[in-house]
Design a protein around this ligand. Structure first.
Ligand SMILES: Nc1ncnc2c1ncn2[C@@H]1O[C@H](COP(=O)(O)OP(=O)(O)OP(=O)(O)O)[C@@H](O)[C@H]1O
Length: 618
């Protein structure tokens, strides 16, 4: 039975959520107190209110003694009206102070929460893409909401409660000693027992809370992954498997919560028991003192009332340590997030880029390996992409093509070698300035949940309405946008689900168009489209590419064929480079890929133009 009561929660064996390193409570305060500092004036006011409230309680109880000893015992009515008015006044003032105290405490708490939540969110946006590649979004969301709130309960409410409890203990203990020191001593005998019990429980509650928070992260993770992939799950009939996965985590959460409650709920009755034993002991000694006439009846009764007031804050102090440990389990998860440093650092003293760069990109013997992996993804890759020219990167799936674009955007830094923009190492350039010079169109178009106009203007927020329409026209998107119910102000739905793949892609082209950046990165912009839709975006794509340094990763022969240079990547190294015709003449990897896709065409110069919808396999 006892072992069942204290049995620890079952660990999350699926390991969905990484455990945050343990931190000490002192460290939690050191980290988060600065965030609360700006509210310290109001916190002080709230503490003063906390101080006044027990004083009023003490006064009200003292009135009770006067009532018994001076009104009830001698049956003397004359003092009663004054006592009644005093009672009413005290209740009124206490009520008003209570209202102010509660409102103020919530105001401080919510503002602190808001600040901390925003700080964590903003910090997440400073992290490199590497962080998001590794972490589960669901767990991060759970930290951002649930765990941040738990810190408030420790750093602010926790402090206020401790203060209130300590004040009450000192005040009521003082009054007890003033009333009868012998009885007071007897009543304090039980105090150390409280501490022993509280300490025993604290560690177990901390463990259980940690598991509850972790499980909550796992539930969000499964829900986010599963609901985000609803089409895939339904198409392959994996609903039940997903429900099972969710149920496992949800059940784990139930068991962790029950463990936590088992331990927490046991604490209260144990303390009750200690309290009753204490009161009985005091009553015994009190009756003896009453019979020896060393205390009045009013004195004894009031002593017991004061004592009951004392036990509550002492119990709170005991429970507070439980709250503190429970909250520190959450704090660990937030500190873990805040301690993440971006893999890609912005230089302290960036070299300023010219107002309009030419866009010459030089990739100089770069090598790259993803963090925490064993194999190099790129090795000794060198090439030069010239302004106004298109460089196509082709190769089999997994050859490292997308990785190359990630390095150009500085989502990661190369492990070896360097990339130069107009002769300056990317690592020496301010990140924002670098990215302001690059426009991207990816395979999966990223749309924000806003209007069409918002999505295009994400490329350049200060553009005028005319520029917006101009960009949409150039992207061949204006026509379909106008046919939408609210034109440019139509909302696209989460991730642009309300638009077709081709429409989304044309919005992405308009966005890149309006950015008017000298460098353009196209990562398989036509791959997710059918032949007709792909064909439709080729003309706008060409317009977009004109006059820019374009790096295109594509299997579409029309964009690749026209490229001034084609680079063929094979398992992370460049094995061929040249024009379409040169590479076909080489009769190597590129020609092989081409043959795979065009078995009807003999390979070798001179090359006849490919069909407009010609694709190469990945
Ligand atoms: N975030 C990551 N962490 C670890 N390894 C990764 C990561 N992203 C890609 N890789 C690995 O790097 C290699 C190259 O991937 P990359 O996406 O660059 O290939 P690709 O040539 O673009 O392929 P595809 O044509 O299929 O998109 C692959 O082996 C892949 O497993």
């Amino acid at each position: 039975m006892v072992s069942w009561l204290f049995r620890p929660a079952e660990r999350d064996t699926e390991g969905l959520v990484e455990r945050a390193p343990t931190v000490r409570v002192r460290e939690v305060f050191r980290r988060f107190w600065p965030d609360a500092r700006q509210y310290r004036g109001w916190l002080l006011v709230s503490l003063v209110l906390v101080l006044v409230s027990p004083l009023l309680d003490a006064a009200a109880i003292w009135l009770f003694k006067v009532l018994i000893d001076d009104v009830l015992a001698p049956r003397n009515f004359s003092l009663f009206p004054a006592i009644a008015v005093a009672y009413a006044l005290i209740t009124l003032v206490a009520g008003a102070l209570d209202f102010c105290g509660q409102y103020l405490a919530t105001w401080i708490g919510e503002n602190f929460l808001n600040k901390l939540r925003t700080k964590v969110f903003a910090h997440l946006h400073t992290l490199s893409i590497g962080f998001f590649d590794r972490r589960r979004i669901g767990d991060t969301l759970s930290r951002l909401t649930g765990d941040v709130a738990a810190i408030e309960s420790l750093v602010l409410s926790g402090v206020a409660q401790t203060f209130a409890s300590v004040v009450k203990v000192l005040l009521f203990a003082g009054v007890l000693f003033y009333l009868d020191w012998l009885l007071a001593l007897v009543s304090l005998v039980g105090a150390p027992l409280f501490w022993v019990v509280a300490k025993f429980f604290a560690r177990r509650i901390r463990e259980a809370s940690r598991e509850v928070r972790g499980r909550s992260g796992s539930i969000s993770t499964v829900a986010e992954e599963s609901l985000g992939n609803a089409p895939l799950i339904q198409a392959y009939g994996r609903e039940q498997a997903e429900v099972d996965r969710f149920t496992r985590q949800s059940r784990g959460n139930v068991s962790a919560a029950l463990t936590s409650v088992r331990v927490g709920a046991l604490f209260s009755p144990l303390v009750d028991l200690l309290e009753v034993v204490g009161v009985m002991a005091i009553l015994g000694v009190g009756i003896y003192e009453l019979s020896a006439d060393r205390i009045s009846l009013g004195g004894l009764l009031v002593f017991l009332v004061y004592l009951s007031q004392l036990y509550t804050p002492v119990r709170n102090l005991g429970q507070l340590s439980n709250t503190v440990f429970a909250a520190s389990a959450s704090a660990e998860r937030i500190i873990d997030l805040l301690d993440q440093r971006p893999l890609v650092q912005n230089p302290a003293h960036p070299i300023p880029l010219p107002r309009r760069i030419t866009g010459r990109l030089e990739v100089d013997r770069i090598g790259f390996r993803y963090p925490d992996t064993a194999a190099d993804v790129l090795r000794g890759v060198s090439f030069c992409a010239l302004p106004g020219q298109t460089t196509a990167v082709v190769g089999a799936s997994g050859a490292g093509k997308s990785t190359l674009t990630k390095l150009l955007l500085r989502f990661y830094d190369p492990t070896h070698g360097r990339i130069l923009l107009d002769g300056i190492d990317l690592r020496a350039v301010d990140l924002d300035a670098l990215r302001a010079n690059i426009a991207i169109v990816l395979q999966e178009t990223l749309l924000l949940d806003g209007t069409i106009a918002d999505n295009i203007l994400a490329g350049r927020s200060d553009a005028t309405r005319e520029q917006l329409v101009e960009a949409a026209e150039a992207a061949d998107a204006h026509e379909f946008i106008q046919q939408l119910p609210e034109g440019y102000d139509t909302r696209v739905g989460q991730r642009g689900r309300l638009l077709s793949g081709g429409q989304r892609q044309r919005i992405a082209i308009a966005r890149a168009m309006i950015r008017d950046a000298p460098i353009l990165l196209l990562d398989e912009p036509t791959t997710s489209l059918d032949a007709e839709a792909a064909q439709r975006i080729l003309a706008p794509l060409r317009r977009l590419m004109a006059g820019r340094t374009t790096i295109v990763i594509s299997h579409n022969l029309l964009t690749v064929r026209d490229a001034q240079q084609i680079i063929y990547l094979d398992r992370g190294t460049i094995t061929e480079a040249g024009t379409h015709d040169e590479l076909l003449a080489n009769n190597n990897g590129y020609a092989h890929l081409y043959r795979l896709h065009h078995p009807e065409r003999p390979v070798g110069p001179p090359e006849t133009p490919a069909r407009p919808d010609g694709h190469m396999p990945s």
